[in-house]
Design a protein around this ligand. Structure first.
Ligand code: PLP
Length: 465
């Protein structure tokens, strides 16, 4: 039987389901610290996700029940003892924003409507946060990986004007430290530059880019007929949380005529923190910056940002004007340039709303204080690790990351990580530092209390025994 529309046929029943769902979601968020940090999806639920394509729908009530069953089985990053990789822990403002965004179903590719003004507000705030000039531009994207592709495309086109003819015989090369995130390699690959064209500059004992080595590599590449065009600094390396000397990088970029891009995926948010702000000196001199709201600013997944110093160059890399996207001086098609003129996506969801809601609800002071608290907690955990004869710390603490090994070696270290994850007490992740397996604890978590660190360390020592 044909339905008149796809809307609920019984609104009172749908309201009841929606309110039930809201209560379940609120319970989940309010009780973030309860239960296992991570638990694998039970077999019964895995089987539910192996159904054949439904010809007949089951209705919203059954869907609501299934959604509620899924709630406990996330990554675990909402829990105060989630310390794996780099995840933000999310928050309540995103819930309100996502409800609103779901009801509006706005498309932020362009045009003149309320949602666009929210994104413009977010862009203006980001410029202010990082001390960028009025002529800068930006775009809310899925994350730093996408932000990096956008930024590096602007850099490539600023150098070559390669939009129509491609890079041809040019042999562009760029530089990032050996600790830089893999998303930069991937962007080189996707932009047709080839990932080999990204040079891995060695790091010093603090895991920061070695400046004399960088200078030598640039000179050698020029002598070999290559075209250096890009320098990438990292503000918060993913492995140990180190910060490159951004001011020194800005000096070299200026002297060598290179585009300076900063990967500040989690660390850039440190401009809001009294502890980390000094490490970001020089970020205001970058040509582009990529960072995430979903990491240390705790907006729910996903939300990242690309900031570009020169709006003209940014737009020149993406703007195009097919007939069906013609703009107008009045009406809904007014207000160009639109977000589509600054990035690859035409249809775009309303990510900006949860960013706006988070910053508006909490303010930069509370967001910065939560970052400072995490830095202090990383130092505290490092001190606790240093007091344990069976554990050995493998890197200095620069921000939120503590890495350490068990003295019995790689097998023991790996086993500690796996057992903690599997028994649900805490989630650290496993990495390698200077060739040794390491338990990696990253505290970008506004729910973590010092007591959680003690629980974690006790569990490490218990599983080692
Ligand atoms: C997380 C991270 C990225 C990738 O960001 P996504 O938002 O996951 O795409 C890049 N660089 C660093 C330093 C990171 O920590």
């Amino acid at each position: 039987m044909a339905r008149p529309s796809l809307d609920p046929e019984n609104w009172p029943a749908f309201r009841a389901s929606a309110q039930k769902m809201l209560e379940a979601a609120l319970d989940k968020m309010e009780q973030a610290g309860e239960g296992a940090v991570w638990a694998p999806l039970p077999e019964t639920l895995k089987r539910q996700m192996h159904a054949s394509l439904p010809e007949q729908g089951v209705g919203m009530e059954k869907v609501q029940a299934q959604l509620e069953e899924l709630l406990p089985f996330g990554v675990g990053n909402t829990h105060p003892r989630f310390f794996g990789w780099v995840h933000g822990s999310g928050g309540a403002a995103s819930l309100l924003a996502e409800i609103t965004a779901a009801a509006m179903n706005a498309n932020l590719g362009g045009r003149d409507h309320g949602a666009i003004y929210v994104e413009k507000q977010v862009v203006a705030w980001v410029k202010e946060m990082f001390g960028f000039p009025a002529g800068a531009s930006g775009l809310v994207v899925s994350g730093t990986s996408m932000a990096t592709i956008v930024a590096l495309k602007v850099a490539r086109d600023a150098k070559l004007g390669a939009r129509k003819v491609g890079v041809g015989a040019h042999r562009l090369v760029g530089y990032a430290s050996s600790e830089a995130h893999n998303c930069i390699n991937r962007a080189f690959d996707m932009l047709g530059l080839g990932s080999d064209a990204l040079r891995a500059v060695p790091v010093n004992a603090a895991f920061e880019m070695d400046m004399p080595a960088l200078r030598k590599m640039i000179t050698a590449d020029r002598a070999a007929g290559l075209e250096p065009f890009l320098l990438v600094g990292t503000a918060g390396t993913v492995n140990v949380g180190a910060f490159d000397d951004l001011d020194a990088l800005a000096d070299i970029a200026a002297a060598e005529g290179l585009w300076l891009h900063i990967d500040g995926a989690f660390g850039a948010a440190g401009v809001l923190s009294d502890i980390l702000r000094p490490r970001l000196r020089g970020v205001e001199r970058a040509d582009s910056l990529a960072f995430d709201f979903h990491k240390w600013l705790h907006v729910n997944y996903d939300a990242g940002f690309v900031l570009v110093r020169d709006e003209g160059l940014h737009r020149a890399a993406f703007e195009s004007a097919p007939d069906y996207l013609a703009s107008a001086a009045r009406g809904l098609a007014a207000g160009r340039p639109w977000p589509v003129d600054y990035g690859p996506e035409l249809s775009r969801g309303f990510r900006a709303l949860k960013v706006w809601a988070q910053i508006t609800a909490l303010g930069t002071e509370a967001l910065g204080a939560a970052i400072s608290r995490n830095c202090a907690q990383a130092k505290l955990l490092a001190d606790m690790v240093d007091k344990e004869p069976s554990l050995e710390r493998l890197a200095p603490v620069a921000s939120s990351v503590v890495v350490f090994a068990h003295i019995l070696g790689d097998v023991a270290t790996e086993e500690i990580v796996l057992r903690l994850q599997e028994n649900g007490v805490a989630v650290p992740s496993l990495t390698s530092v200077n060739g040794r397996k390491a338990v990696r604890v990253n505290i970008t978590n506004h729910r973590t209390r010092n007591e959680d660190l003690r629980v974690f360390l006790a569990a490490v020592l218990a599983s080692a025994r």
